[in-house]
Design a protein around this ligand. Structure first.
Ligand code: ADP
Length: 302
């Protein structure tokens, strides 16, 4: 399988700050990759490099076979970009927003109306096509932003935090849309700080911290590698949590704090110990990608 995106040793500096600091990133063709990382990790800068809104100081960037920044126009023509900020033209109808982009992306004149219809359908906005964009709900606007990025049937779609700030039901609608795109073979790179989103949608995730990829893999494999199968959440006052934490670490377990609790990772191996009272009482649950994220980046989720 070819690569939709291949970055090697990419560096982007802003003055003394390395926003991206030797990043390797791969998006195999036809797969959905989640780019996870705390605020300031360099996700948005990476997205900007891929669209050539920013130019790397070092490293190799190949997107859809085009070498950036030299061939960024050719790459851009085959890419759809869903921005984080809603920049729809609110004076235009839903359909006209799509028509403008169909023209911009040079969809042949005779194919434009069909392309617009297809995008409306994909985003289930057909019955809203003639409404002005400013009459849409937040969720519909976000679907229109995605539809707009798809109107020229791109091979690769970049989504920067596609569901940020949306309520849970709307997020689920978008997940369905993203899953459908993925099932049609479109390559997707999606930045997100919603771990559950990455866990559901991504074939593979790249966890970024301080401009680098600190871990790469299929969500289930990363969980097994870094957090084991089971996590024990222990609740109590701060001084007790400190001693529980120190004790678990002394026995080789990674831990994480979550406000009122300490979570001890990888406790499945110690199940028999626990029943012997070696581990404190607590709530056992399945390990998840959030445990991995916090463990590797040292950051809690916003
Ligand atoms: P993320 O999207 O993961 O939150 P960003 O890529 O936005 O991270 O930012 C990475 C780092 O680069 C941050 O420290 C941020 O302040 C800095 N940064 C991003 N864009 C600029 C810019 N245009 N000028 C200076 N610093 C920037």
């Amino acid at each position: 399988m070819g690569s939709a995106i291949s970055l090697r040793g990419v560096v982007k500096r802003y003055g003394d700050l390395r926003a991206v600091d030797g990043l390797d990133l791969d998006v195999p063709e036809g797969s959905c990759v989640g780019l996870l990382g705390p605020n300031g990790a360099g996700k948005s800068t990476t997205m900007k490099l891929l669209t050539a809104q920013a130019i790397a100081d070092a490293g190799e960037l190949v997107v859809l076979g085009c070498v950036l920044p030299g061939e960024s126009k050719q790459a851009r023509a085959q890419m759809g970009v869903v921005p984080q900020l809603d920049n729809l033209d609110t004076t235009l109808s839903v359909r006209d927003n799509l028509r403008v982009f169909a023209r911009l992306y040079r969809v042949a004149k005779g194919e434009r109306e069909a392309a617009v219809r297809g995008a409306l359908e994909l985003a289930t906005l057909t019955d809203r096509a003639d409404e002005r964009a400013d009459k849409l709900s937040g969720g519909m606007r976000r679907r229109l932003l995605i539809a707009r990025a798809l109107v020229h049937r791109p091979r690769l779609v970049l989504m920067d935090e596609p569901t940020v700030g949306l309520d849970p039901q709307v997020r689920q609608e978008l997940w369905a849309l993203i899953a459908r795109l993925r099932s049609e073979g479109t390559s997707i790179l999606m930045s997100t700080h919603y771990i559950d989103e990455a866990e559901r949608l991504a074939d593979s995730v790249t966890i970024m911290s301080h401009g680098k990829a600190v871990s790469v893999g299929e969500p289930g494999a990363l969980i097994a590698e870094h957090a084991g199968r089971e996590v024990l959440e222990v609740y109590g006052p701060p001084d007790r949590l400190r001693s529980v934490e120190a004790d678990a670490q002394a026995r080789g377990h990674a831990t994480r704090r979550t406000g009122t609790s300490v979570a001890i990772l990888g406790v499945e191996a110690a199940r028999s110990d626990a029943t012997n009272g070696t581990f404190p009482e607590g709530h056992r649950r399945a390990a998840n990608l959030e445990d991995v994220f916090v463990h590797l980046t040292g950051e809690e989720i916003a």
